[in-house]
Write a protein that binds this ligand. Structure first.
Ligand SMILES: [Zn+2]
Length: 333
């Protein structure tokens, strides 16, 4: 599965869900806890030629077809940006449009893709073990696509099962939520997370920093390491921001920068109010900053989050962000 071994806490949850009946599951919880991995484990088991109570066998024709992304009885419904990220092929038409630069990959689940999925669910199973539809992230459906899915969920054509995974399940239509069995993703223990991250070839010291930076969400910690950013840069970030050192952020995207500053602001405020920091080690945080100025900074960062995907001028934005950070972290009142 993407060359990454299934995390033990995902395997445990898969066993629990597979023991229950249900033609539609909604996996919910904050991002980075493995919703997608669990959803994929479920559809692999559903379609597997010789599944056990532990899930898919991993060696049959069906498992192989999923691994190479060509299973005729699996429909993956995702925004095109996510499909490309996770290595799923787009429909011929969508790929041609993007290749011809007619449009960019969509960040929403497109109406066309939903139409294909509805048609898919009405077809006969090609391999004779039923069919599965995987929707991720489910909150990226607009009203039209959500209603089309709802209709299919209400009148499922017999041999099709659904798994929806979302890190914002509250944004889904209540009627969709009520048609699914709900499962809340389990937070793994820190030790188990660290062991799993180290198992992907990350040295222990870096794994601990990355898990912290990701707010204890193991999948996000792995993304941090795959983004090419250095764990030491995270450790040094708070004091670099207090000095107004823009170069500390040179390898970071605008979105990563705003996310990091949010976490820094959160932690400095936490310490001021007697709570434990969550994303940084307390000893790495600057001592300064007034609660009032830090609170104002938090508000400015929330506004920055809304524009970060389309900065007017990325260089200017970065300088403004660092200057805000420096002011807040050195404020005395
Ligand atoms: Zn199998």
């Amino acid at each position: 599965m993407n060359g990454t071994a299934m995390a033990p806490w995902i395997a445990t949850q898969a066993v629990q869900l597979l023991a229950q009946r249900g033609h539609a599951w909604l996996l919910a919880g904050p991002s980075g806890l493995g919703q997608y991995s669990l959803a994929l484990a479920l559809v692999r088991a559903w379609l597997c030629d010789s599944p056990s109570s532990h899930g898919a066998c991993g060696t049959c024709g069906s498992c192989h077809a999923i691994d190479v992304r060509t299973h005729a009885d699996l429909c993956v419904l995702m925004p095109e940006t996510v499909m490309l990220e996770l290595g799923w092929p787009l429909s011929e038409k969508a790929q041609a449009d993007i290749d011809d630069k007619k449009r960019k990959p969509s960040k929403e689940i497109r109406v066309d893709a939903m139409r294909d999925a509805v048609e898919f669910s009405q077809r006969t199973s090609a391999r004779g073990r039923g069919k599965a539809v995987l929707v991720f992230p489910a909150e990226r459906m607009n009203n039209v696509t959500a209603n089309a899915l709802l209709k299919t969920l209400e009148e499922p054509p017999g041999d099709v099962k659904f798994v929806l995974a979302s890190d914002a399940a509250h944004q889904l239509l209540p009627t969709i939520r009520s048609r699914c069995l709900g499962h809340t993703m389990v937070w793994p223990e820190t030790d188990a997370s660290l062991a799993w991250i180290e198992g992907q070839g990350i040295p222990a010291a870096q794994a601990a920093v990355m898990l912290r930076a990701a707010g204890s969400r193991p999948d996000d910690a792995l993304l941090f390491s795959q983004s090419g950013r250095d764990a030491q840069a995270w450790v040094r970030l708070p004091k670099a921001m207090a000095r107004g050192d823009v170069s500390a952020l040179k390898d970071w995207t605008p979105a990563q920068t705003v996310d990091a500053l949010h976490k820094l602001c959160h932690d400095v405020l936490a310490v001021k109010t007697g709570a434990t920091p969550r994303f940084f080690d307390a000893t790495d945080l600057p001592a300064g900053g007034s609660v009032a100025a830090l609170t104002t900074w938090a508000g400015a960062l929330a506004a920055a989050t809304r524009t970060v995907e389309h900065p007017f001028n990325a260089g200017l934005m970065l300088e403004a962000l660092v200057s805000q950070a420096q002011n807040a972290l050195n404020s005395t009142h």
